[in-house]
Design a protein around this ligand. Structure first.
Ligand code: LRH
Ligand code: MN
Ligand code: MN
Length: 386
C-alpha cells in the first residue's frame, strides 16, 4: 500500500521556469505565433509570475542571454520581485552567432574561442546584476563529418576555455554544464554525455556540476540511473525537464512518459536531491502549438504529481522487500505509488496554502490571456530561428 506524503514534503518542491517558454517558438518548418506573446523580457517575467501565482511552485525564472537583454538589469530584477518571483539561472548562448559555425569554446581558432569565453564573462556580469547563482553552459560544439576536426584536441581546447570561465565566477556562483548527444552537430558533440560533463566538472572544481536535460539522451537510455549516479557523486547540479518522443522534442514534461518522470523523481528523492537547492529543477521547453502559460502550468503540475506519487512509496516496505530479494513485491510497492491518484491530495494541499485547488482553471478564468492578447501586439520569438 502507498503512504500519504506530508505537506512539509510537498512544500519542498521548487521549479524554475524558462523565459523562452513564453516566447513564440517552432520547428525549422514554421514558427506559429500566439496572441499576447511577450514583447520583451519584462513581459516574459510577468507571464512566468502567473505560473507561480496560481501554483506556488515556480518562484524563479531562468534567463537566456542575449535572448533576454535589457538596458536596466536592476529594473528587471525589481520587476520580478514586485511580481513575487526572482531571476534565476543565466543560460549562455554560443549557438546563434555566425562566428560559432564550427564551434565556440572548442573552436580550432583561438580568436573564436576568445569571443566565446568573453561571452561567458559577460554572462557573469549579468549574474551580478540579476543576483543569479548559476551559469548554465550548453554548447552546440561538435562536428558533422568524421575527420572534420580532432576530437581529442577539441576536448583540450574546451577544457582550457571552461577553466577560464570557471576562474571568473564568484564564490557563491556555480557553473552547470549540460550535455547532449546530438544536434546541431550530428557526427560528434563535444559534451555528448554525463560522463564527459562529469570529467570536465571534476577538473574544474566543486562549484561545477552536471546538468541533465531529459531530452538529451539516446532512446532507451535509463535516465534515472544517471540521476542516481550523479547524486551519489555529488555532481548533479540541475535538471532541464521536458519530454520527448523522438529527438530533443522539448514537449511538456511528463506528457510523453509519466512513468519515466516518476522513476526519475523517485531516484531524486532516494538520493537526497529532492528539496536540495543544489539540485535545481528547471523546465526547458517550447510551446509550439499550445498556449504557453497554460503549457507551463501543466508542466509544473505534472512534476508536482510525479513528486507526490514518488513520495507515496512505502520506503520501509520497499527496503524490506529488497532485503528479501522479493522482486515482485518490490516492484508492486513501487507501482502502487505510481498508480495512486494524488490529485485530490494536491488540491487539498493547495487549498490549505490559499492557492487555487485547480490552478489551470483559475488561470483560464482570470482573464489574463484575453487581457494580454488585447494589450500586446507583435510578440517576439523565443530565439530559435530568430
Ligand atoms: C539545447 C538546450 C539548451 C539550450 C536550450 C534552449 O538543446 O536544451 O539547454 O540552452 O535548449
Ligand atoms: Mn536544455
Ligand atoms: Mn535541448
Amino acid at each position: 500500500m502507498a503512504v500519504t506524503p506530508t505537506s512539509e514534503q510537498l512544500d519542498r518542491l521548487r521549479i524554475e521556469v524558462p523565459s523562452w517558454a513564453y516566447g513564440n517558438s517552432g520547428t525549422r518548418f514554421r514558427v506559429f505565433t500566439t496572441p499576447g506573446t511577450p514583447r520583451d523580457p519584462f513581459e516574459k517575467i510577468a507571464d512566468a509570475a502567473e505560473v507561480h501565482r496560481h501554483t506556488g511552485l515556480a518562484p524563479t525564472v531562468a534567463l537566456h542571454y542575449p535572448w533576454d537583454r535589457v538596458d536596466e538589469w536592476d529594473a528587471l530584477r525589481r520587476h520580478a520581485e514586485d511580481l513575487g518571483v526572482a531571476l534565476g539561472t543565466i543560460n549562455s548562448n554560443t549557438f546563434q552567432d555566425e562566428d560559432f559555425k564550427f564551434g565556440s569554446l572548442a573552436h580550432p581558432d583561438a580568436r573564436v574561442r576568445r569571443k566565446a569565453v568573453d561571452h561567458h564573462l559577460e554572462c557573469i556580469e549579468v549574474m551580478h546584476a540579476t543576483g543569479s547563482r548559476d551559469l548554465k553552459v550548453w554548447l552546440a560544439d561538435g562536428t558533422n563529418y568524421p575527420g572534420q576536426d580532432s576530437i581529442r584536441e577539441r576536448q583540450d581546447r574546451l577544457a582550457a576555455s571552461l577553466a577560464e570561465i570557471y576562474a571568473a565566477i564568484d564564490e557563491e556562483h556555480r557553473m552547470v554544464l549540460e550535455y547532449k548527444f546530438f544536434e546541431p552537430a550530428f557526427y560528434h558533440t563535444d559534451i555528448p554525455d554525463w560522463g564527459t560533463s562529469y570529467v570536465h566538472c571534476l577538473a574544474l572544481g566543486d562549484r561545477a556540476k552536471v546538468v541533465l536535460d531529459t531530452g538529451h539522451h539516446a532512446p532507451g537510455t535509463n535516465i534515472e540511473f544517471i540521476v542516481a549516479q550523479l547524486l551519489r557523486l555529488g555532481k548533479l547540479g540541475a535538471f532541464d525537464f521536458n519530454s520527448r518522443f523522438y529527438a530533443d522534442d522539448d514537449l511538456i514534461v511528463g506528457a510523453a512518459d509519466p512513468f519515466q518522470l516518476f522513476r526519475i523523481v523517485t531516484e531524486l528523492i532516494a538520493g537526497g536531491g529532492y528539496g536540495d537547492p543544489d539540485v535545481q529543477l528547471v523546465l526547458d521547453q517550447c510551446h509550439n502549438i499550445e498556449a504557453k502559460i497554460p503549457g507551463q502550468i501543466r508542466s509544473v503540475l505534472n512534476v508536482q504529481e510525479a513528486v507526490a506519487k514518488a513520495l507515496s512509496i512505502d520506503t520501509e516496505a520497499l527496503a524490506a522487500a529488497r532485503r528479501d530479494c522479493d522482486v515482485l513485491l518490490a516492484n508492486e510497492i513501487l507501482m502502487d505509488a505510481f498508480a495512486t491518484d494524488v490529485r485530490p491530495l494536491l488540491a487539498e494541499h493547495r487549498a490549505a496554502k490559499g492557492l487555487p485547488e485547480q490552478p489551470m482553471r483559475a488561470f483560464l478564468d482570470s482573464g489574463y490571456l484575453e487581457r494580454t492578447a488585447a494589450e500586446r501586439v507583435g510578440g517576439t520569438q523565443a530565439g530559435w530561428g530568430a
